[in-house]
Design a protein around this ligand. Structure first.
Ligand SMILES: NC(=O)c1ccc[n+]([C@@H]2O[C@H](COP(=O)([O-])OP(=O)(O)OC[C@H]3O[C@@H](n4cnc5c(N)ncnc54)[C@H](OP(=O)(O)O)[C@@H]3O)[C@@H](O)[C@H]2O)c1
Length: 260
């Protein structure tokens, strides 16, 4: 399949895990991908891996997506270099464990900044690039443009000792719907994907604990942890024209956690 020929895509948090898998997938299917994250070395490694099968299709851009200035300059860079943006994957996110009782307010704010403020800032500022390109086109011949926000199973059902993360991901699912309504007149579709447990650097430590892994298997209908490429497949579907009649939806990819 070559669903992203001629597309320009931005993927945040592209240096590892789900973001890396999504970037590889989009590039394999013809997109130019702009890999965004805070650590240049990780992004360069992903770009090198992509270039083995898709030469010159990956660019690296170092930015903290919680920082308004960084995201403003990223948007200027995308506009001046490419003049358009077809796909935006808001994937950067993460958390740490805490109970509500022991959670300092500053750490609550940090987790909300990483998971929610980032999605707002990037969708707003890179959204301007998408909207201005869409506004130059005849509305009958508009290119498909899509934003995919990476939410979480925890946004549907709060996870143990991640109240801040769970609440921020629930907000991402709701914000996705608000954004979908606002951007629909420009032909920009906005959906979210909610992964269950996936083997990435974010879950690496927990997955080294056998009883934790056993508990995940017990609670998951498919009896296993997910792989990043299994989430990337769904992200690519939501980013592609195959989902052309979908906007404001959340797709749960949890191996059947919520049905057990
Ligand atoms: N793994 C799971 O089980 C799971 C389940 C549900 C949802 N998710 C969601 O999936 C997304 C990807 O997570 P993952 O599991 O793939 O974890 P990951 O490997 O830790 O990926 C997160 C990436 O985001 C980047 N990042 C973090 N803070 C950033 C910032 N302020 N600005 C720019 N980039 C930043 C990190 O790179 P730098 O530190 O170098 O910037 C990292 O490469 C997250 O939104 C996560 O909440 C994961």
């Amino acid at each position: 399949m070559n669903r992203f020929s001629g597309c320009i895509s931005v993927i945040t948090g592209a240096g590892s895990g789900i973001g890396k898998a999504a970037a590889i997938r989009l590039a394999q299917e013809g997109s130019k991908v702009i890999l965004v994250g805070r650590t240049r070395e990780k992004l360069m490694n992903v770009a090198d891996e992509i270039h083995q099968s898709a030469p010159e299709s990956a660019g690296v851009y170092v930015a903290d997506v919680t920082d308004e200035h960084d995201v403003t300059v990223l948007a200027q860079y995308v506009k001046s270099t490419y003049g358009d943006l077809h796909v935006l994957i808001n994937n950067a996110g993460g958390s740490f464990y805490s109970s509500v009782s022991h959670l300092p307010a500053e750490e609550w704010d940090q987790v909300f900044a990483l998971n929610l403020r980032s999605v707002f800032l990037v969708s707003k500022l890179l959204g301007h690039v998408m909207i201005s390109a869409a506004s130059r086109e005849d509305s009958n011949q508009r290119k498909d443009r899509a934003i995919v926000n990476v939410a979480s199973l925890s946004g549907h059902k709060p996870g143990a000792r991640i109240p801040h993360y769970s609440a921020s991901k629930a907000a991402v699912i709701n914000f996705t719907k608000a954004l979908a309504g606002e951007y629909a007149p420009y032909g920009i579709r906005v959906n979210s994907v909610s992964p269950g447990f996936v083997e990435t650097p974010l879950t690496e430590k927990g997955l080294q604990n056998d009883s934790f892994v056993e508990a995940i298997k017990r609670h998951t209908a498919l009896k296993r942890v997910g792989r990043p490429d299994e989430i990337a497949n769904v992200i690519a579907f939501l980013a592609s024209q195959e989902s052309s009649y979908m906007t404001g939806s959340d797709v749960l990819v949890d191996g059947g956690w919520l049905i057990t």
